[in-house]
Design a protein around this ligand. Sequence first.
Ligand code: COA
Length: 193
Amino acid sequence: MKWKIKILNNLNDFKKVYRVFSEPPYNEKYTDEELENIFIEYQEKGYMYGSYIDEKCVGLIALERGAKSDQPVKFQDEDVMYLADIAVLNNYRRKGLGNQLMLYAVMQSKLLGYKKLYMRTLKNGSMSYGIALRIGFKQIPNTFQSVERERINGKTETMQNIFLEIDLKNLNKEALRQGINMLNYSKGNEIGG
Ligand SMILES: CC(C)(COP(=O)(O)OP(=O)(O)OC[C@H]1O[C@@H](n2cnc3c(N)ncnc32)[C@H](O)[C@@H]1OP(=O)(O)O)[C@@H](O)C(=O)NCCC(=O)NCCS
């Protein structure tokens, strides 16, 4: 099985993976046009990487340059990258792909010269929280945001979110070692059987 992480610039790959946000716990409703707009925003404002198994895109991670002005975060004169989205298709989860994508994003952000990477995630039931903590993200104290979205049942629901950040200047040695391995693996080495 050939696995690699590479730049994601195919709209159909993006749409297939992004549909995970229309599954529980998010159940978010997106039209094709909305998905295209999100894709364009990520292409213009940041970087998107896909996780490919035998050339099939099974996961993605999106990064945006700078802090989002509609979020209650404050960063002082630092070059900050925002981890906007991470998703892995249901059938490919719990194999470490999410962890690899996140490490890859950490290393790319560091290589691009950013000082911090931050992300927003669900206060309850986050599927990325454990991975983020193991890599070295820390919760930003007293920082919360309620996000209102239309759900697939047509109702608008609000979910509570927290924020996590990682200092890219002082990555812990283990995260650094794994991240460097990740960049090397993604050059196209084989994993699994
Ligand atoms: C979050 C998400 C990307 C994680 O993807 P993933 O590929 O399953 O991530 P990993 O496999 O690296 O880790 C997930 C869990 O599986 C565990 N795991 C990793 N490899 C494993 C293996 N071989 N066997 C069993 N468990 C394994 C990890 O320890 C981790 O456990 P945790 O939940 O206790 O932290 C995925 O769940 C997803 O797409 N969720 C929906 C979208 C979403 O919530 N995005 C986050 C928005 S902030």
